[in-house]
Design a protein around this ligand. Sequence first.
Ligand SMILES: Cc1cc2nc3c(=O)[nH]c(=O)nc-3n(C[C@H](O)[C@H](O)[C@H](O)COP(=O)(O)OP(=O)(O)OC[C@H]3O[C@@H](n4cnc5c(N)ncnc54)[C@H](O)[C@@H]3O)c2cc1C
Length: 382
Amino acid sequence: MKVIIVGGGIVGCASAYYLADRGVNVTLLERTSLGAGATDRAAGGIRAQFSTEVSIRLSQAAISVWETFEDEFGVDIEYKRPGYLYVARKESTAELFEETVPFQNGLGVDSRILDPEAATEYVPGLRTEQYVATAYCPTDGFADPHLGLQGFSIAANEAGAEIETGVEVTDVRVRDGRVIGVDTTEGRYDADVVVNAAGSWSPQIAKMAGIDLPVTPKRRQALIVDPESPVPDSNPLVTDLDAGCYFRPERNGQALVGGHLGRDPPQNPDEYEKSHNLDWAADIVEQVATVADYFGPDSRLVRGWAGLYAMTPDHHPIIEESMPGFLTATGFSGHGFMQSPATGQVVAELALDGEATTVDVSPLTRDRFDRGEELHETYFSA
Ligand SMILES: Cc1cc2nc3c(=O)[nH]c(=O)nc-3n(C[C@H](O)[C@H](O)[C@H](O)COP(=O)(O)OP(=O)(O)OC[C@H]3O[C@@H](n4cnc5c(N)ncnc54)[C@H](O)[C@@H]3O)c2cc1C
């Protein structure tokens, strides 16, 4: 079997590895350089605290790979696990925790509800007066997305995958209702299966095969901040669902700060503004200063950037065989890095076995939107 993967982000590279590892002849085509899309712009968060079974299962399967990644792939991804703490200002958000934590526990996620005072054991700077409840999972954490990408791409290469950068897919070739290859800036490639792993560009690739993909690029920004008081390494990633902001420890007491405020227009992935916006930076630091008292007036902005979430209407990915010979794995909004090891395995299973066994991804086909069976994620912020 010959497989062409379109897109050299973390999803494409993980898929290339798991396919090559199962003996498939794989070529990955990336139009610029590996990671140049969303992957190198991600915050690196890895969590199992979700509110739908399919997201939890994808994350659990992925976490079991991240846990042993260094041994298996020989790359230290700087995986830290101080947990994730969700904090609620509103009673309605606290009620979501009450509903969701028992559901998560039933699926094996070690989350728990803590009153804000108890949460200061993990987040000493938490401004408890703002909050009515928190939800904490000690096994969540974060890692370096670029190192993860490196691990997968090197392993894919060693397993025999060809990785070609600077090659842009310009058309998807279809014959008798089946995808048979792609045209590129470097010529024609034949394939039994083409995988659309082009993130925010995936609707363009899908359109080449005559498919409408409900994926919209949305701009998201992040900052490195040198806070007035250092954020301890043991501090979890803190997400304020009601304020729409988050922060986590970076290195040497610094913090990675992100979140979304205000308007959210669709973006052209070839033309969006890749620098952060200074007004947004001032506003988001002001917001996190209301979450924890690390961010006093002497906090300093170190650097910032913007990237794209490939967003579906229900913030869950589309993973499916979209037509014979054409697999789709895209639309991960803010979860594509963390779930990539599971996604890569599922893509290999769909290509080789015709169905996914690592995780049942049948709820993730795009026809859920036509059937009115959209999923609903409540642990979604920013
Ligand atoms: C600010 C920010 C914070 C985030 N934080 C997190 C987080 O904490 N945890 C998490 O899990 N996720 C996070 N994400 C989301 C994560 O970055 C994405 O879900 C993930 O990187 C998607 O990977 P991908 O491989 O699907 O897409 P991408 O990395 O975008 O890769 C797609 C690739 O396709 C290539 N391509 C496009 N068109 C063509 C073509 N015609 N031919 C060939 N190649 C093509 C592009 O050049 C690109 O390299 C964050 C994203 C942003 C922007």
